[in-house]
Write a protein that binds this ligand. Structure first.
Ligand code: ADP
Length: 633
């Protein structure tokens, strides 16, 4: 080491991470090798990129490869690459902090995984792979020389305990990086050649540069996507998938696309069995790896697939993109756009085929339907997209069955041009919502929407097949339903109101309006109710309650919206009130009942901020009804 060594402290979050890694007994320690080899491969990708775009690169003629040397006596394994290297500033910046913005989230997740004694899954995902070396290392020495000709070689050294030392290297060093891992006593198995080779075959077989262990090349698979489709086996795809994603489960589906015109490209895409955002990673995690002539240009390029297909993992390789393209201009690149359009079409037709098998498709829907729904803004593919949507519905009793729009339309009544929907927090809540009553009575199917994005989906699409309008049950024009025959008979015990009674009923409604004052916009007779005595309805043309609630939530608004109060003329309670009113229009029981009905409706809709009055009133009513109870005597 030179005299100019300087000591630096690790950032706090790195110390926490190291503390977990150094002191615990993990299984699966070999993943440190996967991480170091993957860093070496990234460094080689980067220098290849510089070389092809004509930059002035130090040691231009070095072979691009990864060399691993094993020394049993010194308990040492060293991993060298001829990649891009690091300058002094870069090594301080890159190694010593956690780049990921969600490092707090990471540590939380890590602590959980640490209990399970397997951190291999999470480490790579959060871009902290390098530190995993401290699971096996007593001391790590990095010697690196940047591809920039004027930058001197540097040495980084640490035992993973709080600090690291950096010094300039006196010895001459060629471009690239060597990581010397001084193994702990319990990790000397990693000086065994056979052990290392099998670890590499396991985790790093798809690295596109030669990996040599004591001079023998170990990895065998070249770019799998360049091979003819017919020669690739399911097992190869699965291995490639695991290599790319670190997912321990095989993918749900594999989509391999080779296109020659209008642009030439190869792509392998996977649909994972489960969504990947379990760790709270989302937007940054969307995209496909972009290669040009097998040179990796960018990990997770998000211009290649739209957000709603963000569940896909995979890669694209095209010779039609210039190798020296800058990452900033990729977004406007015509070829990238063309590729993206083609991929969307391919994925949608794949899903179309998949949808023919209901069970399989429902599984896809449950895993990825949530993000897929965002596709309502893809106007170009709206038709195909609509066919791929699935919904819960009143048409079936089972909560986990789903329906397509095509199936809804098939079941619809003659002349029905609406697709009715309602949205809320749970299936049970929706099924007992008063707004549904008339639809039940008329035998009209209603889609049950349980996901907040569904409302946007409905308004975004507007119509299905330009013919069927998505219509919220709250906003439906009920006069249209008069023509539809009841499938459930009305209660025959209810007598028609006489003319005289109707006149009194009108007065009663005026009285109700007086009681509720400007808390409601209007009191009117209901056409939609059967089992309930009353409900609240949005004033015409207004947004749905669910949408309104979302807006209120966003604006931190807790006010109670003014709605129309509807009364079911035929309900026994209404008829009783009518008699009470006829006897004495000022009877306070009417006030109590109306207040109670109004607040109950608010409660159902989730607007009741303070339940005290409601609860007190219930107690009064119970007391009164117990006075009348025949069993009391
Ligand atoms: P990640 O690789 O996910 O970014 P790491 O902690 O493994 O996270 O590495 C941190 C950074 O250190 C890398 O992003 C890279 O800039 C740099 N680095 C690591 N290994 C090498 C290497 N062999 N050559 C050049 N740079 C490297």
């Amino acid at each position: 080491m030179s005299e100019k060594a300087k000591s630096y402290k690790f950032k706090a979050e790195v110390n926490q991470l190291l503390d977990i890694l150094v002191h615990s007994l993990y299984t699966n320690k070999e993943i440190f090798l996967r991480e170091l080899v993957s860093n070496a491969s990234d460094a080689l990708d980067k220098v290849r990129f510089e070389l092809t775009s004509g930059a002035d690169v130090a040691d231009k003629d070095l072979d691009l490869e990864i060399n691993i040397k094993l020394d049993k006596d010194k308990k040492l394994i060293s991993i060298s690459d001829t990649g891009i290297g690091m300058t002094r500033d870069e090594i301080i910046k890159n190694i010593g902090t956690i780049a990921q913005s969600g490092s707090a989230e990471f540590l939380k997740q890590l602590a959980k995984d640490a209990e399970k004694k397997d951190v291999s899954n999470i480490i790579g995902k959060f871009g902290v792979g390098f530190y995993s070396v401290f699971m096996v290392a007593e001391e790590v020495v990095i010697k690196t020389k940047s591809y920039l000709k004027d930058e001197p070689p540097v040495e980084w050294r640490s035992s993973g305990m709080g600090s690291f030392q950096i010094s300039e290297l006196a010895e001459k060093l060629k471009r690239g990086t060597t990581i010397e891992v001084h193994l702990k006593e319990d990790a000397i198995e990693f000086t065994d050649k056979y052990r290392i080779e099998s670890a590499i075959k396991n985790h790093s077989n798809f690295i596109s540069f030669p990996i040599k262990v004591d001079k023998d090349k170990v990895n065998t698979v070249a770019a799998i996507w360049r091979e003819p489709k017919s020669s690739i086996k399911k097992k190869d795809y699965e291995e490639f998938y695991k290599f790319m994603t670190y997912d321990q489960e095989p993918p749900m589906d594999t989509i391999h696309v080779s296109i020659d015109a209008p642009v030439q490209f190869n792509s392998i895409m996977f649909i994972p069995k489960r969504p990947f955002d379990l760790y709270g990673i989302s937007r940054e995690d969307i995209g496909l790896d972009l290669y040009v002539k097998s040179v990796l240009i960018q990990h997770k390029n998000s211009d290649l697939i739209p957000e709603y297909l963000g569940f896909l993992k995979g890669m694209v390789d095209s010779p039609d993109i210039p190798l020296n393209i800058s990452r900033e201009t990729l977004q406007e690149n015509r070829v990238v756009m063309k590729i993206s359009q083609t991929l969307v079409k391919q994925v949608l037709s794949h899903l179309e085929k998949k949808a023919k098998k209901e069970d399989e498709y429902n599984e896809f829907w449950k895993a990825h339907g949530r993000i897929f729904k965002l596709g309502y803004s893809d106007y170009v593919n709206q038709e195909k997209f609509s066919e791929l949507l699935r919904f819960d519905s009143t048409a079936h009793a089972e909560a986990d069955k789903l329906t397509s729009l095509a199936a809804y339309v098939e079941r619809a009544k003659e002349d029905q041009k609406e697709i009715y929907y309602m949205s809320g927090a749970s299936r049970d809540a929706l099924l007992s919502d008063p707004h549904l009553e008339i639809f039940k009575r008329k035998g009209l199917e209603v889609l049950l929407l349980l996901d907040p994005v569904d409302e946007f989906l409905m308004t975004g699409l507007g119509k299905y097949k330009t013919e069927y309008a998505f219509t919220s049950v709250e906003q439906a024009d009920l006069s249209k339903l008069d023509k539809v025959e009841d499938v459930e008979k009305a209660d025959s015990k209810v007598e028609e109101m006489s003319e005289g009674e109707t006149a009194v009923f009108k007065k009663l409604m005026e009285k109700i309006k007086d009681i509720l004052g400007d808390r409601v916009t209007e009191v009117r007779e209901s056409k939609r109710l059967r089992d309930s005595a009353s409900c609240l309805v949005n004033p015409d043309g207004d947004m749905t309650s669910q949408m309104h609630k979302m807006m209120q939530f966003m604006n931190k608004d807790v006010s109670i919206p003014k709605k129309i109060f509807e009364i079911n003329k035929d309900h026994a309670l209404t008829r009783n009130l009518l008699k009470i009113y006829k006897n004495n229009p000022k009877d306070p029981f009417i006030d109590t009942t109306i207040e109670q009905l109004y607040e109950s409706a608010l409660l159902l809709e989730g607007y009741l901020n303070d339940p005290h009055k409601l609860v007190n009133r219930i107690q009064d009513i119970l007391l009164k009804s117990s006075e009348w109870h025949p069993g009391k005597k």
